[in-house]
Design a protein around this ligand. Structure first.
Ligand SMILES: C[S@@+](CC[C@H](N)C(=O)[O-])C[C@H]1O[C@@H](n2cnc3c(N)ncnc32)[C@H](O)[C@@H]1O
Length: 287
């Protein structure tokens, strides 16, 4: 387990995943019914941008920093809300400044959307990251942090008594079998909790991602993709979020937000929003 999300916090993949996550949370908390949220691979919760690993890679400069610098005119409302959540987290560390000091990981974005009575469990397996996550939410009774294998917790906790839930599965893809584990987790989840909303992040590096999208087709997901224009050796150039059972109006919001984000991230960056046809390879791009 060498992966540390701090090196990638706020990069283009986080921008896609977290814009979608904020919108899912907004739509799922619009109804006056309790919600259960499970973040199976939660990371450290929040990340310094101006120092340490994030500064070393500079990935946030080509991601969240470009959106923060973009003019607000014409900005899709899902992006406005995502940036508001990012800024609100940063302001916990001092008055608003020109550059973001810290970037919220998925648990922080979930926490910001929770209402009294909602339930949130964040799992992180790596001891140091789990400790950081526990510190991030020390004294906060609304968040249950578990140092545990998120796949096992998913199996144990579904279906939730609330009968309404969002499950984010965001693994590090360090092992060859991660696509298989992800698919197995989704199958187990849906078998136990068919009406839950599942958001699965994955990298697009080779034909494995298209094959995975084909396998997912049976679950009728909405797939969101962001493709950078240039592929730097050893770096991720495209990533996706597959959302099973998205709430009403989520697709509409993503069709508006993602092409706008792609334009702000740079020339030639492409977004795609599509439902994969059963057992057919997913398209490379179509906004
Ligand atoms: C991509 S990062 C998570 C980022 C986070 N979801 C966010 O959006 O801010 C993946 C995390 O999963 C952790 N991890 C790896 N295997 C795990 C497992 N089986 N269960 C829980 N966490 C795991 C890694 O240590 C890493 O911190």
């Amino acid at each position: 387990m060498n992966y540390r999300h701090g090196y990638h916090a706020g990069n283009f993949a986080d921008v896609l995943k977290h814009t979608a996550l904020c919108e899912l949370l907004r739509l799922l908390t619009a109804k006056d019914k309790k919600l259960f949220v499970l973040d199976t691979h939660a990371g450290a919760g929040g990340y310094a941008l101006g120092e340490g690993p994030a500064r070393r890679t500079g990935e946030a400069e080509a991601g969240i920093a470009r959106l923060v610098a973009a003019p607000r005119a014409g900005m899709p409302s899902a992006v406005v809300r995502y940036l508001a959540a990012v800024a609100a987290y940063d302001r916990k560390f001092g008055p608003a400044a020109d550059a973001l000091r810290r970037y919220p990981g998925s648990p922080r974005l979930v926490r910001a959307a929770l209402r009294p009575g909602d339930r949130f469990i964040a799992c992180e397996l790596h001891p140091a990251e789990a400790l950081a996550l526990k510190r991030e939410f020390a004294g906060d009774r609304a968040v249950e942090v578990r140092q545990a294998d998120g796949y096992k917790v998913l199996k144990a906790l579904l279906p939730p008594p609330e009968r309404r839930g969002l499950v984010l599965i965001d693994p590090p893809f360090e092992t060859q079998d991660e696509f298989e584990r992800l698919l197995r987790a989704l199958r187990q989840g849906v078998r136990r909790f068919a009406t839950g909303c599942y958001a699965l992040w994955y990298p697009i590096k080779d034909e494995a991602a298209a094959a995975f999208a084909g396998e997912l087709a049976a679950f009728k997901p909405l797939i969101l993709e962001l493709h950078l224009a240039t592929v730097e050796p050893g770096k991720l150039a495209a990533s996706a979020l597959a959302v099973v059972n998205p709430p009403w109006r989520f697709e509409e919001a993503m069709r508006e937000a993602l092409p706008w984000i792609a334009d702000r991230l740079g020339t030639g960056v492409r977004a795609a929003v599509f439902a994969p046809p059963a057992n057919a390879p997913a398209p490379a791009s179509s906004a």
